[in-house]
Design a protein around this ligand. Structure first.
Ligand code: URA
Length: 215
């Protein structure tokens, strides 16, 4: 099975109640052969509208951070632990995350076989690592996922968007160093890969609002 076939299957997923509150599942975006995969939490309102992961405010901040470490969204792959937006953007619980990710995220990673996985925030860290891990304590440390992929966690961009002042500056530097470490490991394991295009990827040019398609 390839990613395209998996995406077709994902489109018709009705396997859990989260599907009922979303327009439709949101899959992944980027280079299907990327050696590095970024895993967020789950789609928010903008992602649900456009059918693209990490396209809203968190995604815009992620794009800036990636640009700072010489990566662009078209050259990497971004995805989420859960595929359907929970009502009111609430955080999915561990059982919901586990159920969805075993069905989709694990299969995506199995197909992609990335050299490096980056967990963005606690939900991704809890699924890719284990629920006892803490983002504030364990970010920036390499570990192996259950599937055997090299993984590093960093703060979710939505967390940065809630900070101000010194806390924000410190957290931004942490993210910068974590992303640099992820890039260095990727280039070490896949020396020929190209992680940056000449221009930032404009996701709003590539994706159109999909609300009406599903009404
Ligand atoms: N949008 C996503 O696609 N993922 C997140 O984790 C947050 C916002």
């Amino acid at each position: 099975m390839d990613l395209q076939a998996l995406e077709q299957e994902l489109k018709s997923c009705q396997s859990c109640p989260l599907r009922g509150d979303a327009i439709a599942p949101v899959g992944w975006y980027g280079d299907p052969h990327s050696p590095i995969v970024f895993v967020g939490e789950g789609p928010g309102g903008v992602e649900d509208d456009y059918g693209c992961p990490l396209i809203g405010p968190s995604g815009q901040l992620l794009d800036k951070a990636l640009w700072a470490v010489k990566m662009t969204r078209d050259r990497v792959l971004t995805t989420n632990v859960i595929k359907c937006r929970p009502q009111n953007n609430r955080t999915p619980d561990i059982a919901e995350a586990d159920f969805c990710a075993k069905m989709w995220l694990e299969r995506e990673l199995e197909i992609i076989q990335p050299k490096v996985v980056v967990a963005l925030g606690s939900v991704a860290l809890h699924f890719l690592g284990n629920p006892n891990m803490r983002i504030t304590r364990d970010r920036g440390q390499w570990f192996r996922t259950r599937q055997g992929f090299d993984c590093i966690a960093t703060y979710h961009p939505a967390y940065l968007l809630r900070l101000t002042g010194r806390q924000l500056v410190a957290a931004k530097w942490d993210v910068f160093h974590d992303l640099e470490a992820a890039r260095a490991r990727t280039l070490q394991l896949a020396p020929d890969c190209k992680l940056m295009s000449e221009e930032k990827t404009d996701l709003f040019k590539l994706f159109k609002k999909r609300v009406n398609d599903y009404l």
